[in-house]
Design a protein around this ligand. Structure first.
Ligand code: G3P
Ligand code: CA
Length: 325
């Protein structure tokens, strides 16, 4: 008999491809999570943390006011942003190591199109058009300074996943971010309501940040799930682990679930990927399409975390909890 569950499994296996075809999707019993009816999948005991990647890079030029304005209306739990430093030490929100892909740098500074982000002053960065590459109607969008994103997240009860990006190219990045937080009280508001998380692929950078701002939860990113031994080491100082969902299988899920770390997947832009993460109880899903993600969560009848309601300090991971004691 063809059941809804078997159809769903067939769809997942068909769309998610060979990597998933050999997986045994039976949830590890030690997860202790409720099973949804006859489903072989599990539901997270925590509401979903939905994250608009680069402010919602699928619907407007990434990390611009246009993207933030659109995503605010959708109200994901958090925005995600990448922070790097200009040559004069201003933290700006940009992902790549150069401005070539996402701006008109080639027109404005023809000889410097492939120069590193950190070789431009803030004044020079503000001359770049960060919107036209995405669509004519976005002409004139600028690369924001770090503090600019607060205008969108702070008054709207949205959280921020702030990624310390390419810290090797931005010496002093952590100190600069910490300083910004000290001089603008809105950051304290973000921290006090549990709405700020630091993330990075660079564990050393996260640790430096943690010394400066120990009250902010940490998420370590890695494209694959490391060994149990590595995860165990991480478990002592980070709160969350984030990985590329395309590399995640049930063995990886099981390894993460055997720790206290909460699990994030990036960058989940297909509905199949969203459904897979939702069905497997992933705590945090990072997507360029926050509206679609929230729709899928609704379809799965999973509650979505709102920062206003569920993220007081101490509720989001073992490290945050111990900081409260
Ligand atoms: O939020 C995690 C994700 O942003 C990591 O990848 O390359 O988009 O910064 P990337
Ligand atoms: Ca990022």
């Amino acid at each position: 008999m063809i059941t809804a569950t078997s159809l769903f499994v067939a769809a997942i296996l068909g769309i998610a491809g060979v990597a998933r075809a050999n997986d045994n999707p039976t949830p590890p019993s030690h997860m202790g999570r409720p099973v949804l009816g006859e489903s072989i999948y599990t539901q997270s005991p925590r509401p979903l943390v939905s994250v608009a990647h680069r402010g919602g890079a699928g619907v407007a030029p990434e990390q611009t006011a246009a993207a933030y304005a659109k995503s605010v209306k959708v109200h994901p739990t958090c925005f995600e942003a990448d922070v790097q430093l200009t040559s004069d030490g201003v933290p700006i929100l940009v992902h790549d190591r150069t401005f070539a892909r996402t701006t008109n740098v080639e027109t404005v500074f023809p000889d410097r199109a492939h120069d590193k982000v950190g070789t431009f002053t803030y004044k020079e960065v503000r001359k770049l058009d960060a919107g036209s590459w995405f669509g004519k109607k976005y002409a004139g969008q600028r690369i924001p300074a770090l503090s600019d994103i607060l205008d969108y997240v702070y008054p709207h009860d949205i959280g921020l996943f702030l990624e310390l990006k390419n810290p090797d190219l931005s010496p002093g990045l952590e100190k600069t971010v910490a300083h910004q937080m000290a001089v603008d009280s809105r950051w304290q508001g973000m921290v006090a309501t549990g709405r700020l998380t630091f993330l990075s692929f660079d564990a050393a950078s996260l640790r430096r940040m943690s010394v400066l701002r120990p009250e902010v939860p940490l998420l370590w990113l890695n494209p694959t799930v490391p060994s149990s031994a590595e995860l165990k080491k991480l478990d002592g100082w980070a709160d969350k682990f984030g990985t590329d969902y395309r590399n995640l299988d049930t063995a990886g899920l099981k390894r993460v679930r055997s720790t206290n770390l909460t699990l994030a997947t990036y960058t989940v832009d297909t509905t199949e990927g969203m459904d897979w993460s939702l069905k497997h109880g992933v705590d945090t899903i990072i997507s360029d399409y926050p509206a679609t993600l929230l729709e899928r969560a609704k379809t799965e009848t999973l509650p979505v975390m709102t920062t206003k309601r569920v993220l007081p300090p101490g509720t989001d991971g073992p490290r945050a909890a111990s900081a409260q004691k």
